[in-house]
Write a protein that binds this ligand. Structure first.
Ligand code: MRU
Length: 364
């Protein structure tokens, strides 16, 4: 971890068997931490977006199982962990990293050993491995992506995709951090990202701490700046096998805009966000959140109390609008069915074999 610049936040950490989660609902006003001691608490923290961003919630859930394993009495360890895994995996439906991390930790339990102490050790070890792997992936994505940016790049982005959203450097913002480290002097237009303002609360804060120039725009101002931009960079919560991509609501709008303005539109995501089990975007479940998030903000009414609201947290960008995927395995270009499947096939096969072994069935 000491290869990471000091200005980066650490959204989730687990030290001396204590889970610490940075409460992102308090940012940018206050840096405050939560110390959950059960999986139910971690699931609630994920649901209310105190920790958010696909890889970050995967890591938080993995450590949620670690704290649960320590809390559960020996007699209920196995059954209690299964229950906790279900609760954590259901906390948010769209980000595939959440379920992926929970399944991985539970698979490590299956092979962890016969004693409760061995089970607890296995859970913690797997959670730590997942976090360390995500850090490595973020560094690799950033290296691949930064090469694509010209000097003085003008970047348009949405939501928050920095260290607050993914361990290490983050995803789309990780590319910007790396370009900055390489001396390319990038400048970012950050969409504020209504309704919960991850762009204005979090992305501006992370960039300012790194001393990277950032200009905040209302989401509806994106069309007014696109001609000045060199590239649009966004993250992802789930990427289907054909390249259709779920990300923060508003992403599809930027992709459509980029296509109309003939600007490159890249999705920056680790291999853990690709989901071989989802054939295309129609199969992605998009989380719908409470209408009150749109009718009000921070306790202030923004619409009459009973106004009908549609509040999807994500949208799905069709693969045909995506110039490429910047991943830890390199840059993937169309046609995606082939370019996505090839580098990830081995990882996916291993996953399927582990699933089959766990279910006591023969491998494919
Ligand atoms: O609802 P959020 O804040 O969890 O949404 C986060 C995003 O949409 C990010 O762009 C995505 O998780 C990828 S970046 C790590």
């Amino acid at each position: 971890m000491n290869r990471l610049p000091g200005y980066l936040f650490r959204a989730v950490s687990f030290e001396r068997n204590r889970l610490r989660i940075l409460d992102q609902t308090q940012l940018p006003h206050r840096v405050a931490y939560l110390y959950p001691t059960s999986a139910v608490e971690v699931a609630a923290i994920i649901k209310r977006l105190a920790v958010r961003g696909a890889p970050a919630i995967g890591v938080a859930a993995a450590y949620g199982l670690a704290v649960e394993a320590r809390r559960l009495p020996v007699a209920r360890l196995s059954q209690g962990l299964e229950q906790a895994a279900r609760t954590l995996a259901a906390a948010r439906p769209t980000a595939v990293n959440l379920k992926w991390a929970v399944v991985r930790v539970m698979q490590s339990v299956a092979v962890g050993g016969p004693t409760p102490a061995a089970v607890r050790r296995a859970v913690t070890k797997e959670a730590r491995t997942i976090e360390a792997e995500e850090v490595e992936r973020s560094l690799a994505m950033a290296r691949h992506g930064a090469k694509l940016l010209p000097k003085n790049a003008e970047v348009l982005t949405i939501c928050n995709t920095g260290a607050l959203a993914a361990p290490g450097l983050g995803t789309a913002l990780g590319v910007v951090f790396q370009a900055h480290i390489d001396g390319k002097r990038p400048h970012v237009y950050a969409c504020e990202t209504r309704p919960l303002l991850q762009g204005s609360r979090l992305t501006t804060l992370e960039l300012q701490r790194a001393k990277i120039p950032v200009t905040l725009i209302a989401d509806s101002a994106a069309a007014s700046v696109i001609d000045r931009c060199d590239v649009v960079l966004v993250g992802a919560d789930r990427i289907a096998a054909n390249g259709d991509t779920a990300n923060k609501v508003g992403t599809r709008m930027l992709a459509t805009l980029a296509r109309a303005a003939r600007k490159p539109f890249y999705v920056v995501a680790p291999s853990s966000t690709f989901d071989p089990g989802t054939r295309n975007g129609n199969q992605i479940v998009v989380e719908e959140r409470d209408g009150e998030e749109v009718r009000a903000f921070a306790g202030c009414r923004a619409a009459p109390a009973r106004t009908a609201v549609f509040n999807p947290a994500f949208d799905v960008t069709p693969a045909r609008l995506i110039t490429g995927f910047i991943t830890d395995r390199g840059i993937l270009s169309p046609p995606y069915r082939r370019s996505i499947t090839r580098p990830l096939a081995r990882t996916w096969r291993r996953g399927r074999e582990r699933d089959a072994a766990r279910a006591g069935m023969p491998g494919p």
